[in-house]
Design a protein around this ligand. Structure first.
Ligand code: MCA
Ligand code: AMP
Length: 516
């Protein structure tokens, strides 16, 4: 078995170079080409001065270039730092500085965003896509078009490349922190391999499978489940820039080879609505998987009724990849996330005593196994807090386990809003809104939303004499943070309910929200 994702790609390329790996915009990228491009990218990185362990930011939309840059950075000994393309100044400044990124692969739109920041450590910016003439790039970083970069070592000295070692740091995924500052979760190469081995086994992934991959590759779900599974198995993926329900149903109809679909619950809600309008395609994948946010039993049932298939719900985190899964064979139980993947452990513990709880009792879910990350970069305090002395990772999710081993996620020990599969920490949004000149106090909370699962609501106490408008509050947020973090509702109040210690009582606030 391959000991890294890159090695798996090399092996498939050696054995069957013509085998299809990625299909994008009608173009087929074979394993042979994918691995050849990966080596070229890796050599170009080494030639450009990348040293082992240096961070390479990927701030890029879905495309074959994403896969090449990802694999190439790993083969060159770099550590890939994943960056959500919706991130704006506040998030980008923090992540690129915290990760000390030396290289970044991005789009022309990404360059425009990065140009506004001061990032002295960033040496080279590789731009996939057409940079407008006269675009100065993002000095002081050297800005190079992706195609030029790929040719950089074509006639150069021979550069030897080494497959990533099992213990090599591989990927940093940023996950929101309770303090409003995202933490970089560092996964080692062996964590990625352990998790994808477990996933492919549990879901009976075969080389003949074809995945419709419309999830963003900068997240765990798209990358470490979708792309890794495909490349590990030597299977294929039809990669999309983004999700569209009508296009997805049309793809099932047009390409009967598509056998897998993974999505967040919002995508399943939209597939149901679309199928109600235009009918269910004649061909369907053999497996539909949902995760990243709770799938409501109602949606599970509706989908089953219409599509004749039971969605397999699973549970994961950036720090761990996938932890719990409903069974492939056997009962896929609505409202539950099943049990541990092969080779992994999970349990529910009492929040206060940390003792393991019996079936049915609600506590914090803890997980353990070879898939669990190495720690948060630059945050030994947060890393120490996240683990028990005997190596269990505290997920911060609340739940229970049934007597027959099915886990149910019932809530979160940390304040987190999940909107359309994107995570938002209220504190991040509060910190930004608190700087608005007309805002005296602010509290941000989640409220149910039909399409997105949850939506962001901001409750604002204006400064004396100020009358801010909801549109201005939303625009203020949108300029500074990823657009999905902006409030969808803004409610004005004269005061926030606080407890004796002065802490905002969000559960009371939630009850006091006017309907809307
Ligand atoms: C887009 N918008 C959103 C969201 N997405 N608002 C709230 N929540 C969202 N999730 C806003 C945009 O900012 C924009 O606003 C407007 O909607 C239209 O943007 P567009 O890109 O067209 O939206 P969309 O195509 O409808 O996107 C919805 C989506 C997308 C397809 C559900 O959010 C998505 O791909 N979500 C999946 C995220 C994901 O992969 N999560 C996994 C994380 P404006 O016009 O004002 O700019 S990994 C994870 O959670 C763990 C490990 C796990 O277990 O998997
Ligand atoms: P992230 O911070 O992107 O790693 O998101 C991980 C979080 O998503 C978990 O801690 C859960 O709160 C949530 N999550 C993932 N899958 C599920 C699921 N199937 N049901 C409920 N919550 C989920």
């Amino acid at each position: 078995m391959a000991s890294s994702i890159v090695e798996a790609v090399r092996e498939h390329a050696r054995r069957q170079p013509e085998r299809q790996a990625i299909i994008f915009d009608g173009e087929v990228i074979s394993y042979g080409r994918l691995y050849a491009d990966t080596e070229r990218f890796a050599r170009a990185l080494v030639q450009a001065g990348l040293r082992p362990g240096e961070r390479v930011g990927l701030f890029l939309e879905n495309s074959p270039a994403f896969a090449v840059a990802y694999l190439g950075a790993l083969l060159a000994g770099g550590v890939v730092t994943l960056i959500n393309t919706q991130y704006r100044q506040t998030e980008l400044r923090h992540i690129l500085t915290d990760a000390d990124a030396r290289f970044c692969v991005t789009s022309p739109a990404g360059v425009a965003e990065l140009r506004q920041l001061s990032l002295p450590a960033l040496r080279t910016l590789i731009v996939a896509g057409q940079l407008e003439p006269g675009n100065p790039g993002a000095a002081p970083a050297q800005t190079i078009p992706y195609d030029t970069f790929m040719r950089a070592n074509d006639d150069g000295e021979a550069i030897a490349l080494r497959m990533p070692a099992a213990d090599a740091p591989a990927v940093i995924g940023y996950t929101s922190g309770t303090t409003g500052r995202a933490k970089g979760a560092l996964l080692l190469s062996r964590n990625l391999v352990a998790n994808i081995t477990a996933i492919t086994t549990a879901w009976r992934w075969t080389p003949d499978d074809r995945l419709l991959l419309a999830l963003p590759l900068f997240h765990t779900h798209g990358l470490m489940v979708g792309l890794h599974g495909t490349l590990f198995m030597g299977a294929s993926a039809v990669l999309r820039r983004k999700f569209d329900a009508a296009e997805t149903l049309a793809a099932f109809e047009d390409d009967p080879a598509i056998s897998l679909f993974f999505g967040v619950p919002t995508m399943y809600g939209r597939l149901v609505a679309e199928a109600q309008r235009r009918g269910v395609p004649g061909y369907l994948p053999r497996l539909f998987v949902s995760g990243s946010a709770p799938l409501s039993p109602h949606l599970f049932t509706e989908f089953g009724r219409l599509f004749g298939q039971r969605i397999l719900e699973r549970y994961g985190m950036t720090e761990t990849g996938m932890n719990l899964t409903n069974p492939y064979d056997g009962e896929r139980r609505a409202g539950t996330v099943g049990g541990p993947f092969p080779g992994q452990e999970a349990r529910v513990v009492d929040i206060a005593s940390r003792a393991a709880l019996p079936p049915g009792a609600i506590g914090e879910i803890e997980v353990r196994g070879p898939h669990v990350f190495a720690g948060y970069i630059n945050r030994p305090d947060a890393t120490a807090e996240a683990f028990t002395p005997d190596g269990w990772f505290r997920t911060g999710d609340l739940g229970s386990v049934s007597a027959d081993g099915y886990f149910t996620i019932t809530g979160r020990a940390r304040e987190l809003i999940i909107s359309g599969g994107e995570n938002i920490y209220p504190r991040e949004v509060e910190d930004v809104l608190a700087t608005h000149p007309a805002v005296a106090e602010v509290a941000v909370l989640g409220a149910p939303h039909e399409d997105l699962g949850e939506q962001v609501v901001a409750v604002i106490v204006p400064k004396a004499g100020e009358e801010p408008r909801a549109e201005d509050i939303i625009a203020y947020c949108r300029e500074r943070l990823a657009s999905y973090k902006k409030p969808r509702r803004v409610v004005f109040m004269e005061a926030l309910p606080r407890n004796a210690l002065g802490k905002v009582q969000k559960h009371i606030l939630s009850e006091r929200l006017p309907p809307g």
